[in-house]
Design a protein around this ligand. Structure first.
Ligand code: FES
Length: 106
């Protein structure tokens, strides 16, 4: 991501509890905001396996579990950690400004 990444304000920090997620859309891209280990992550909201929604998937220790077939993804890298998913999901840079979560998808 370049220095000129376009960050978009998507939610307040208080909207996202630890080990929870929040689905948002940023410039037409579905993004799942996730909090784990008191860190903030933004990943694609669609699973790389069968293109189902990852919203509502269990989050634990920096890992998101797809609610449909159980593939797990590393929230920091997007890497698929177990079958049936083999491809990673996209990750996006985030930042917090004045209590707001901002995400850059481009
Ligand atoms: S749709 Fe996510 S593991 Fe199949």
């Amino acid at each position: 991501m370049s220095e000129t990444a376009a960050y978009v304000r998507v939610a307040q920090v208080s909207d996202l509890q630890n080990n929870r997620s929040l689905a948002v859309e940023v410039d037409g891209v579905g993004v799942l905001l996730c909090s784990s280990r008191d860190q903030l992550f933004a990943v694609a909201s669609i699973c790389s396996h069968a293109h189902e929604s990852l919203a509502g998937g269990r989050i634990k220790h920096g890992v998101l579990c797809c609610p449909v077939h159980g593939a797990r993804f590393d929230l920091a890298t997007g890497a698929a950690l177990n079958p049936p998913a083999v491809e990673p999901i996209a990750t996006y840079p985030t930042r917090v400004v004045d209590g707001w979560i901002e995400v850059a998808v481009s």
